[in-house]
Design a protein around this ligand. Structure first.
Ligand SMILES: [Zn+2]
Length: 288
């Protein structure tokens, strides 16, 4: 069965020092693009769903209902995890109920003790159901679903404590940002990543905001324990640029080029290509 939790992917990625790409769903085209990218590259994949996407696509149940049959329809054999991205405690419970195989509880804006307490409760629920759980400490800079946060850095002591609870992966801010990076961005803090890696031992670490981080920094972060990299902005830009080109070339006015499937096909191909490039770069290609 290709529909799995991210637990085994993360354990394998940590052991063999590669990272699994997390690609955010935005619409139907993104489901098709990323499933085909993973299959073509023989790579495991994590499909991420933000609260905004869940609202747009009819709720968590609707997304599970779309992704699972799609995996069968496309004869996908590589492992696919369907993952809540930055979920609240309530959203995570709702998604688990709807059949998600993996969840991220983002308690990073809560007081740390409350983050710990809720994480502990979710560990029990997730372990019982065989669902993988990602948690977050500290803040990650940038914008997600309209919320802008300044770049923050995780506290290694907090990483250590949350890591003891039995979670499957940990997102920790090391200077990464959601969305577009400013021109004066100082880069990832590898000294901090090294320290977090050291205090969390075997725990797979997650890098959010993976779009537009220079390739050598991504490769270096994988060597230091990053096992999951979230990519969204870069795929979205590639999608939109390809559709823009299609319209600018007047292809929508030729024959049946006006159909939404024809219009969005170049976007689908472009975002699929970005995902495949990332799988090569992250080292997950050929691992499934
Ligand atoms: Zn994120």
């Amino acid at each position: 069965m290709a529909y799995v939790s991210a637990k085994d992917m993360m354990v394998d990625a940590k052991q063999r020092k590669y990272a699994v790409g997390h690609f955010n769903l935005n619409n139907m085209e993104s489901i098709r693009a990323y499933l085909l990218a993973a299959q073509d590259m023989r790579s495991p994949i994590i499909l991420g769903v933000s609260g905004g996407t869940a609202q747009y696509m009819g709720g968590y149940r609707s997304i599970v209902g779309a992704v699972k049959p799609f995996i069968d329809h496309l004869a996908i054999t590589v492992p696919v995890a369907l993952h809540v991205d930055h979920g609240s405690y309530e959203q995570v419970l709702e998604a688990i109920d709807a059949g998600f195989s993996s969840v991220m509880f983002d308690g990073s804006s809560l007081p740390f003790e409350e983050n710990l307490r809720k994480t502990e409760e979710l560990v029990k629920i997730c372990q019982k159901k065989g669902i993988s759980l990602e948690c977050e400490v500290g803040g990650i800079g940038g914008e997600e679903d309209g919320v802008v946060r300044m770049g923050e850095f995780a506290d290694p002591e907090q990483c250590h404590r949350i890591g003891l609870l039995g979670i499957d992966m940990l997102a920790a801010g090391i200077g990464n940002i959601h969305g577009k990076y400013p021109a004066d961005w100082p880069g990832l803090r590898f000294d901090l990543l090294e320290e977090i890696s050291r205090v969390t031992g075997d725990l797979p670490l997650v890098l959010h905001g993976g779009s537009q981080i220079p390739e050598d920094m991504l490769v270096h972060s994988i060597a230091l324990g990053i096992c999951k990299i979230n990519v969204n902005t870069e795929c979205q830009i590639a999608f939109t640029e390809a559709v823009r080109e299609y319209i600018e070339q007047g292809k929508d006015r030729i024959g049946s080029g006006y159909t939404p499937r024809a219009l969005l096909a170049p976007g689908l191909e472009a975002s699929k290509r970005v995902a495949m490039d990332k799988m090569m770069l992250f080292g997950s290609a050929g691992k499934a």
